[in-house]
Design a protein around this ligand. Structure first.
Ligand code: SF4
Length: 265
């Protein structure tokens, strides 16, 4: 369980880490490679790893601590982390697997079911998932595995028009994370019809070929979202592009609650 600098959640929880998509701009991989490894040399021959107990590493203060990424960025189920949120009574908005793609095609259904069971055991929290492979949501739905609880939110990452966000298909609490925005999306009326929330952000960090989005790219997304009044969350990285007066920080659950209050529900 970790506090986070991510602006749209209270904390992150990583019962699964690692990802095989290989995005060039991946910040998670850089962290995992920097802080990865264990005291006992980890075995990388296997593609997927499951560990029931923590492994240990020595930090630069020569202290022995739990290894957060024992197999660096190779997909790993840290089964001992599944119980983390059960004892935490205060409701939080939790980004699940910020250091993985839990819905990558290499992830076994069983891992996802284990994570879902842990979410169900702590229903006081709101759980946000994010994938670059939204067709997995459809596959899980057809197998009856996808949970449709009010507190579960399923996001897809979109960085360019080629991404498969139209394939999201399912209708339960869907959101889009358009981050980093790398190209104009060429969206129009109806593009986001099944979406309940949109997060937009620019690339951060100091990558050599870092892309700064144009203001028009953002305006096009806002126009396309207007027709169905989709809540928008703009990340701090957009501030220099759109200006303070145009920043929007909306959450769909707040809007739902406001609606309920107004209508006496
Ligand atoms: S999908 Fe996310 S975690 Fe996976 S490589 Fe791309 S940026 Fe990294």
């Amino acid at each position: 369980v970790n506090k986070t600098k991510i602006e749209w959640c209270d904390s992150t929880w990583n019962p699964v880490t690692g990802c095989l998509h290989g995005c060039e701009y991946c910040y998670a991989r850089r962290i995992a490679e920097r802080f990865g490894g264990t005291i006992q040399q980890a075995d990388f021959k296997e593609k997927l790893h499951e560990i029931n107990e923590p492994m240990y590493t020595e930090n630069n203060m020569e202290k022995i601590t739990k290894a957060p990424y024992p197999f660096c960025f190779a997909p790993t189920l840290h089964r001992y982390r599944l119980e983390d949120y059960k004892r935490n009574a205060k409701p939080k908005t939790i980004f699940v697997c910020s250091m993985a793609d839990l819905f990558g095609e290499w992830v076994p259904d069983e891992w996802i079911k284990e994570v879902f069971r842990a979410c169900e055991a702590a229903p006081q929290h709101r759980y946000l998932f994010l994938t670059k492979n939204p067709k997995r949501y459809i596959q899980l739905e057809s197998k009856g595995i996808l949970l449709k609880n009010e507190n579960m939110w399923y996001g897809s990452t979109v960085t360019s028009t080629e991404d498969e966000y139209y394939a999201a298909g399912i209708t339960h609490n869907i959101f889009l994370s358009i981050e980093p925005l790398l190209k104009p999306l060429k969206v129009g009326v109806g593009s986001f019809s099944s979406t309940s929330w949109i997060i937009i952000g620019a690339e951060t960090g100091n990558r050599k070929d870092k892309i700064i989005p144009k203001k028009e790219w953002i305006s096009e997304i806002l126009e396309a979202s207007e027709i169905t009044h989709i809540p928008i969350f703009m990340k701090e990285s957009l501030l220099p592009i759109v200006g303070e007066e145009n920043m929007r920080r909306e959450f769909p659950w707040d809007i739902k609650n406001d609606y309920r209050k107004e209508n006496g529900d």
